[in-house]
Design a protein around this ligand. Structure first.
Ligand SMILES: [Zn+2]
Length: 227
């Protein structure tokens, strides 16, 4: 006798032909990643589940600084391997819509310390997906700066045409703060804060390489338009 399908059974449709299932090894991926937060897969369309890899490495001259991330979607963190970090190997948690971000190391100047984890978010199905980065005075913790950007994905977005904004947007967002000593001077305590160390996070590398390679794709398309 043939089995009758259960009408209440939830059915996941097969993937679209242009979005084949992919897998990634987090260690291999982050060995080559140019930023501390790198998408593992190119799918960034509305509704996409976007797993990213994160890697921080301690050392004598290391300074990742600290900021607050304001997100409109949940971020699920899984610590894959940690040594001398504030996360434990195997730890899983929801990052919260507003959360402090630093190098996740107990002592970022300690040689041999590192942490490798994944951060996964789901892009909204529609509408704006506001995000922001804010920076506090390192002396008294007054908020000095808040830069906003939209983390939403255009239809059918892939990483080459639409890089992951949580990394790509930040060099521009932070430029005003970094270039203006007045913005970095605390109105409460007078402390002149250092520029935020964008390069330590690789966001500038990711933004530059994203821009150049998106342009490279256009050059190829112009040279040999799809038939
Ligand atoms: Zn202050």
């Amino acid at each position: 006798m043939s089995q009758q399908p259960n009408p209440r059974e939830l059915v996941i449709p097969p993937p679209r032909a242009d979005r084949p299932p992919l897998h990634a090894n987090l260690l291999n991926h982050m060995q080559q990643a140019n930023t501390t937060l790198a998408p593992l897969f190119p799918y960034l369309h509305p509704g996409a589940i976007v797993p990213t890899g994160a890697l921080f490495i301690g050392g004598p001259d290391t300074d990742y600084g600290q900021f607050y991330h304001h997100n409109s979607v949940d971020e699920i963190i899984i610590a894959f391997v940690a040594n001398g970090a504030t996360l434990q190997t195997g730890q899983l948690y929801n990052g919260g819509r507003v959360h402090g971000v630093n190098g996740f190391l107990k002592d970022q100047t300690a040689p041999g310390s590192f942490v490798l984890f994944s951060v996964t978010q789901r892009q909204l199905d529609e509408g704006a997906q506001p995000e922001a980065i804010s920076i506090l005075c390192t002396s008294c913790r007054k908020q000095l700066f808040k830069g906003e950007f939209d983390g939403a994905s255009p239809p059918d977005a892939t990483e080459l045409d639409h890089p992951f904004m949580s990394a790509a947007a930040l060099p521009d967002v932070l430029r005003a703060f970094n270039e203006d000593p007045e913005l970095r001077t605390c109105p409460d305590c007078g402390h002149v804060n250092e520029p935020f160390p964008v390069h330590a996070w690789g966001w500038d590398n990711y933004a530059t390489q994203s821009r150049v390679l998106a342009g490279a794709k256009q050059l190829l398309l112009e040279a040999a338009p799809p038939t």
